[in-house]
Design a protein around this ligand. Structure first.
Ligand SMILES: Cc1ncc(COP(=O)(O)O)c(C=O)c1O
Length: 509
């Protein structure tokens, strides 16, 4: 059976069957296609004739579900014309050595963190677990297009089908697997929105590791169901700041009602890992190996778009620490560097925590207490505590060093959007496409809607590809706030940023 038929001319349709590997030209056809695609030159009569020929009421484009899961992760560093600056030891300010990181991470992940290899094999056991939810769907948002009355074609790559409901298990599973391979029994982590903590809890339950999570206070209170998910998968959950660690206690002394931040929660988890020999630390974003694992998203998406003959003009994703954005966009940046495609790559961050658009590009700590290596990144200052916006996963003071570097090289652009516009877009999306997005990807939706409306004005039929990194089934209080009209826009405060920028270590970068 043919997978697809592509009609390319308007008079006599020149029909191609796209099989597994090859294109065949033919006119008389007996094969039954799964879907049809018409090129823009293919007129209405040719389309009607083709449909009649196959006695079928085909939709113009349907995305094939059965493509193979990639067998390798892609490492963008290998293809960059300038290599990113190394992380530095927080005391000596010298590039970190593998042994500096070994109290926190297993050897294989330290190797991946510094790897220059272009592709890294995904272990068979990890692939086997990926198969529970991968390949994830690429969906055309036709009803949203109609609602917006736009000639743009909008596609979203949906990662919410994973057991935890987001892209985060793509890295939680290999991180826990590598730890298990090296005999580790306990892992600790932080979580902002609860998506990462629940993903790590899920992965630990598969491999029998103990999992302890410090959840940012603001989302611990806003999202009790995320906490319950983590507990269901067997994890212990603490609100952060907590009085279980030095880092937490010092914050609580200054502000007993601190809403917490990812930076503080990271300090707590890192402190526990660094002071317990039998415990390692896992991180849900920011580091190179995390971004690497997420590239399964983009690799799959390239194949899915190829199969329907589409090429993205704009790729949009939200950025907290940057992992879902990198996961989708890095493989496309490779294609861009090879001159095959030329999409605009656009990161969207919250107006309340605009690290890429308002931060400075310097060496800074990854956590509030200053326990992690110094990383060169766009930062608002490691002790910047963003206001408690609903997108808890985007409340991080810095951006992944690799994304920061790619941004500096000019391969991508960034903008920030306030939360009310994001939730307005999410409601439009939910009411047209059905899916209720997590608060984080509402930022990608808002930017996608801006672009689609721009296309309506210019008449351009651009292909917009959006990272839909998770569902919002446990984030409904945020939707309730929006629907009741009580959501407010929390913008960053220039004064607050200046104060925290003043505390960045004084290094000549
Ligand atoms: C659903 C979802 N999307 C996005 C993010 C932001 O993280 P990142 O920028 O690493 O994708 C998070 C973080 O917790 C999240 O839970």
């Amino acid at each position: 059976m043919a997978q697809s038929l592509f009609f390319s001319t308007n008079i006599r349709p020149n029909i191609h069957i796209k099989g597994e590997e090859q294109w065949l030209g033919c006119f008389a056809l007996k094969a039954e296609p799964i879907y049809l695609k018409f090129s823009s030159g293919c007129g209405a009569r040719a389309r009607a004739r083709a449909r009649a020929a196959f006695n079928a009421d085909f939709k113009d484009i349907e995305i094939p579900k059965q493509i193979e899961i990639p067998k390798q992760w892609y490492n963008l560093i290998a293809d960059l014309p300038v290599k990113p600056p190394p992380p530095l030891h927080p005391k000596t300010f010298q590039p970190v050595k593998p042994e500096d990181l070994s109290p926190l991470f297993p050897a294989e992940l330290i190797k991946q963190e510094a790897s220059g290899d272009r592709f890294i094999d995904i272990p068979e056991e990890v692939l086997d677990i990926y198969r529970l939810w991968r390949p994830t769907p690429l969906i055309r948002a036709k009803r949203l297009e109609k609602l917006l009355d736009t000639p743009a074609r909008i596609y979203y790559k949906y990662e919410g089908v994973s057991p935890a409901g987001s892209h985060k298990p793509n890295t939680a599973v290999p991180q826990v697997w590598y730890n298990a391979q090296e005999g580790i029994k306990n892992v600790v982590t932080e979580t902002g929105a609860g998506q990462w903590g629940s993903s790590l809890a899920f992965a630990c339950s598969l491999f029998g590791l103990n999992c302890e999570v410090w959840q940012v206070r603001a989302s611990y209170d806003q999202k009790p169901y995320r906490k319950m998910m983590m507990q269901t998968w067997g994890a212990k959950v603490h609100p952060s700041p907590s009085n279980l660690t030095e880092a937490g206690r010092s914050i609580l002394e200054m502000d007993p009602s601190s809403p917490g931040s990812l930076g503080i929660a990271i300090s707590e988890a890192v402190e526990v890992a660094a002071t317990n020999d039998d415990t390692k630390y896992c991180l849900g974003s920011v580091l190179n190996h995390v971004l690497l694992h997420q590239t399964v998203i983009g690799e799959e998406c390239i194949k899915q778009l190829e199969a329907i003959g589409e090429t993205p003009d704009v790729i949009i994703g939200c950025t907290g620490g940057g992992s879902n954005f990198a996961g989708l966009s890095f493989p496309f940046i490779r294609e861009k560097l090879e001159g095959k495609i030329n999409p605009l790559i656009r990161a969207v961050e919250p107006a309340a925590c605009p690290s890429l658009t308002k931060g400075v590009y310097v060496y800074d700590f990854g956590d509030t207490a200053g326990l992690t290596p110094l990383m060169k990144m766009h930062t608002l200052g490691h002790d910047f505590i963003p206001d408690p916006i609903h997108a808890g996963g985007l409340r991080y003071h810095g951006m992944a060093p690799l994304i920061s570097h790619v941004y500096e090289l000019g391969f991508m652009e960034a903008l920030s959007i306030p939360q009310i516009e994001c939730f307005r877009g999410a409601i439009q999306f939910a009411r047209s496409e059905g899916l209720i997005p997590a608060p984080e990807p509402t930022h990608a939706i808002a930017a996608t809607i801006r672009e689609a409306l721009h296309c309506r004005e210019t008449g351009e039929s651009k292909v917009i590809l959006m990272a839909m990194c998770g569902h919002g089934h446990f984030d409904l209080p945020a939707y309730e706030k929006y629907l009741q009209g009580s959501m407010v826009d929390l913008s960053f405060s220039e004064e607050k940023i200046q104060a925290s920028l003043a505390n960045i270590p004084n290094l000549v970068a």
